[in-house]
Unconditional design. Structure first.
Length: 174
């Protein structure tokens, strides 16, 4: 019975904590708090490995040609700070505004005394757009309290709310 429940939870991408079933939403938003990419993961999963899948889901339509997949800059919190994520951003010429964790800085100094990670403080101030977007998602009570039993229905609600945020931001036509 327990093995079957664990397998079902793993398949459903729900995490287990003392409070019950959990999940975590990873968002990429633009400066006007409109979502570009949404990924749902188990609640106990680490944030840093989800950075690249969220970036790969970004597709912004432009008037002509293929959709744009590379942002000019990325601002994230310390949870997304890793050498692999920074190397990926450097390879794609994307400006990073992700502060370095204290333990990573200590390890870097201890190992090689290397150069500190560049950090654009003014760009990092715009990171609150993600927090504001999450608050806009949580205006829906069902999303805020996580009533949905399956990750698929919860993710569908997230996508529906994201579409509504985009539609509301469009200019009104007479």
């Amino acid at each position: 019975m327990r093995r079957r429940r664990r397998a079902r939870l793993r398949a459903a991408e729900l995490g287990r904590s003392r409070g019950g079933l959990t999940s975590k939403v990873h968002l990429a938003v633009e400066r006007r708090c409109r979502p570009l990419a949404i990924i749902l993961t188990p609640g106990q999963a680490a944030d840093s490995p989800r950075f690249l899948p969220v970036l790969k889901k970004i597709k912004v339509r432009v008037p002509a040609g293929r959709p744009r997949t590379r942002p000019d800059a990325v601002a994230g919190d310390k949870a997304y700070s890793s050498r692999a994520n920074r190397a990926h951003l450097r390879r794609r010429n994307i400006k990073a505004a992700i502060p370095e964790k204290a333990d990573q800085a200590a390890n870097r100094k201890r190992r090689s005394g290397g150069r500190p990670v560049s950090h654009d403080a003014t760009l990092y101030k715009d990171r609150n757009t993600v927090e504001r977007a999450i608050n806009k998602f949580k205006e829906w009570r069902g999303l805020a309290t996580r009533y949905d039993k399956t990750p698929d229905s919860y993710l569908a609600g997230l996508h529906l709310r994201g579409a509504m945020l985009w539609i509301r931001s469009l200019p009104a036509t007479p």
